[in-house]
Design a protein around this ligand. Sequence first.
Ligand code: HEM
Length: 184
Amino acid sequence: MDTRILDHPHGYGLVSRGFHWLMALLLLWQLISAALHFTLDDTAIADFFFGFHFSNGVLLLSLTILRGLWGLLNLTRRPPHRRAIERLATLGHVLMYALLIAVPTVALIRAYGGDRPFSALGMELFAGQATEIEWMTDLGGQWHGLLGWLLFALIAGHIAMAWVHTRLWKEPLLRRMTRGSDRA
Ligand code: HEM
């Protein structure tokens, strides 16, 4: 186990690994709550999981911003991505970041423009408008779910590629994010 704090050319440090696996866990919750909302809306199990969807989403947005800043600080230290396939991977990672910002942000804009109070993480964030701001509620209504499913599809591709690299191509890339180094 590599215990360096900062990232380096052979792997990710403790902070980057912490962000990655904590967010993976929270996104799994978000996936389960979204899937239950889609298939079993108004059942006790969907209410339980979806009950944390707002707070979990706000937490994910905050973590994405912090993780992005940490990533920028470590950009030149990270394992290089020079081959064509690695550049494609970088594009996928940037797209996931963009969606991790856009998906909760459009939901928050919808909540701000709505006429009901909105609370997350135990705080009332918006009091609710006297009259709904239609473009804001429409924006979330049209894009939140759609972009959310797109994000989950990209994450599925990301997991599949991690498996392909490790199992089929025998490249120990996953170790950079688990043990912190691709060196045996
Ligand atoms: C990264 C964070 C988030 C992800 C990945 C995510 C994902 C999703 C997905 C995929 C759906 C569609 C479920 C369906 O088709 O029935 C959904 C629904 C919903 N989400 Fe989120 N969400 C996130 C954050 C948030 C936040 C922060 C809020 C509140 C401000 C929120 C509020 C809602 C609401 C009200 C719905 C039901 C209405 C709709 O489908 O748009 N979500 N979410």
